[in-house]
Design a protein around this ligand. Sequence first.
Ligand SMILES: *Cc1c(COP(=O)(O)O)cnc(C)c1O
Length: 327
Amino acid sequence: MRTLGEWHQAVAEARHRIAEYVATTPMVSSDPLSRLLGQPVWLKCEQFQPMGAFKIRGAANALLTRQSQGALLGAVTYSTGNHGLAVAYLGARLGIPVAICISQAVPANKVNALRARGAETIIEGHSQDDAQTAAVRIAEERGYALIEPFDDPDIIAGQGTLAAEMLDQAADLETVVVPVSGGGLAAGVAAEIKAQRPTIRVVGVSMEGGAVMYESLKRGHPVKMPEAPTLADSLQGGIGLDNRWTLRMVGEYLDDLVLVSEEEIAQAMGFLAVEQGMVVEGAAAVTAAWIRRQPSVAGPVAAILTGRNVDGMVAAELMTAYRQSSA
Ligand SMILES: *Cc1c(COP(=O)(O)O)cnc(C)c1O
């Protein structure tokens, strides 16, 4: 384990290392959510990163760190989508061959996007765990660097740069709301926030169906659960039965982990699109879904909108449904 001071140092180094490859994304004041909650609400708009999600932060930090330790033959990863996209994009920019192992459960739009970025896609098995097994094998066979999606200190520090940026953009935050799947984002964000401003409350949000981190925290060890269909497909997947970093960090640094329903996610996606002009994916909308319950939290509140990679047909349907229900 590292201390908060050590994480803060790692995040500062990561911020410098990845600056050329990532965007400084806007923090936008949300009038509709602020009015609902009765507190100022900010949206941290990571959907505007290259490839449409915050994953570029951790992926860039991990790839550039490995590269500084010696030339890379290639990089391999496994991913339900956005992490794979980020690694593919960076591989193309850095001139490193990239192989990506994905399960059959990943939607076709994400598979096609990976191929369009020039990555070799290897489809194997039915879950994130099957894809992980394949990635470990490819790394050994080819001597590629394995770029983990969340349970790795370089990934965690890279995602933590998001929090450092938020604190620069809004100095008086009281609550930060962050989506949780494998917990790389939540671990990095919470560590950086607790290092800098320990009184800020950090709340994680997952979907009700297949909330592996939530169950693992409850039981005190990593659990395996079946993947359930969800609008928040980027939050699907396990935390790894041999989880080394994120379970402990999320348990230690997150103040709360809450769950939202599919109906709440659907409504929040429609709300963000119609009321806010922001089309984001379900994994991002879980934060707005929780805020729309009007929880009693101290403001200003910052909600992290993690990504925008949603099928256009799905987004259009949810906008229409929201518009009709609020008419
Ligand atoms: C990966 C991802 C998350 C969750 O991040 P973890 O580090 O796995 O917890 C949330 N939202 C989007 C859009 C993602 O791609």
